[in-house]
Ligand binder design. Structure first.
Ligand code: PLP
Length: 401
């Protein structure tokens, strides 16, 4: 069959259905909040309402028990949760923080907000997460923390990162925006660092439109997170014995509303089932793609589970009959919207340009510009027939390359 990119008939013309995790239960939960008239119930000063309204507090309780963690602090986004995490850990001017270049921008910009210096370390070619060996090479006497991302749906190498942090007295932040419900050994992803953050934005497997959650086992950090999301006025607003290290905390309004919290409670109940449905679809698709020439199916980290926020594939330039860009263009022409690469390595953003130290991350450059293909067509209600179209497009393009 002639390839669509050469003027042949595209394999698929029908658009794929969109992902939508929202249903009647969320509608009823929102209606109940509206009926109550209480859309948010936060006070900045210290007291019961410092912790927010009933939906916010219930979501936090349920998040804590779902992920077996001591404290959960809801926010209006994961970006806000990252900012609050950096602030709560007392990171500031003169401190260096190791960050990943292959992630959404906030996982690295959170450091700049507090005047600290982001230092990019490279990623692992198999898992796309921070490479602990390169992190070790980039440590200096000024390194204070590491922000590692559980990219695409599976955890970073927290065994190595935790042991590095222990031996060098570093703090750890886990950006788990893409991997809620994934396991890392005996732990849940998101609970492997001093502070973990989750996203509930509209692109994630479970969502509240916009929203985020920070978790920690540490009571002092949890309290600082709560201060930071809520103006940090309680320091002079009736809080008993504010400790001296609160003086550098400037607060924000990062508060989640009751509407989002009510939706989040319903969504959290659906998480496990939604993750399972993605895993089933990826397994099926992988079974159809695994023998194609030049296509690498990235492994799942031993001892971990993968919840597939995205389905990352790689091209092996040595054996693939087409280069990555040509392959993606040809598959797109067949009506299958996969992408070449994820986001450009973050140090290419203007906000990081010209900063020292100069980034040196050859693996992410190679992965992003020559090897990675991102497929998001792994969600319910896609059927095996839909997934067959995805696989057949690769087979058609590579079969007669
Ligand atoms: C989505 C995402 C964020 C930010 O989430 P928001 O809730 O939109 O602020 C941060 N990090 C990663 C890795 C993400 O995928």
């Amino acid at each position: 069959m002639k390839k669509a990119i050469q003027g042949g008939k595209p394999l698929r013309v029908k658009p794929f259905p969109r992902y939508n995790s929202i249903g009647d239960e969320e509608k009823r939960a929102v209606a109940a909040v509206l009926d109550s008239g209480v859309l948010s119930d936060f006070y900045g000063s210290y007291g019961e309402r410092f912790e927010g309204g009933p939906q916010v507090r219930a979501l936090e309780e349920e998040w804590k028990s779902a992920f077996s963690v001591g404290h959960a602090v809801s926010m209006n986004s994961a970006t806000s949760a990252l900012y609050a995490a950096v602030g709560a850990l007392g990171i500031g001017p003169g401190d260096e923080v190791i960050v990943s270049p292959y992630t959404m921008s906030a996982s690295a910009t959170c450091v700049i907000l507090y005047g600290a210096t982001p230092v990019f370390a490279d990623v692992e070619e198999d898992y796309f997460c921070l490479d602990p060996e390169d992190v070790r090479r980039k440590l200096t006497a000024k390194t204070k923390a590491i922000v590692a991302v559980d990219l695409a749906g599976q955890a970073a190498d927290w065994t190595a990162l935790r042991s590095l942090a222990k031996s060098r007295n570093l703090r750890l932040i886990e950006d788990c925006a893409q991997a809620p419900g994934a396991r890392f050994g005996k732990r849940w992803a998101g609970t492997c660092a001093d502070i973990g953050i989750y996203s509930l934005n509209c692109h994630k497997t479970i969502q509240t439109g916009e929203g985020g959650i920070a978790v920690t086992a540490d009571t002092d950090l949890a309290f600082k997170l709560k201060l930071l999301r809520n103006h940090a006025e309680a320091v002079v607003g009736g809080m008993p014995n504010p400790s001296p290290d609160l003086r550098r905390l400037w607060g924000f309004n990062f508060r989640m509303t009751e509407i989002e919290a009510a939706i989040g409670r319903v969504q959290l109940k659906k998480l496990e089932g939604l993750n399972r449905q993605r895993q089933e679809r990826v397994d099926y698709l992988n079974s159809r793609l695994k023998n194609l020439p030049g296509i690498i199916i990235p492994p799942v980290r031993p001892g971990s589970t993968h919840v597939y926020y995205t389905h990352m594939l790689r091209v092996d330039p040595k054996t693939c009959p087409l280069d990555r860009s040509a392959l993606v263009k040809a598959v797109n022409a067949e009506g299958i919207p996969v992408s070449a690469g994820y986001v450009k390595p973050l140090y290419r953003l203007p906000v990081f340009a010209g900063r020292k130290p100069k980034p040196d991350c050859p693996v992410v450059e190679r992965l992003h510009f020559n090897e990675v293909i991102v497929n998001t067509l792994i969600y319910p209600p896609l059927t095996h027939q839909d997934l067959d179209d995805v696989a057949e497009a690769f087979i058609k393009v590579l079969g007669n390359a």
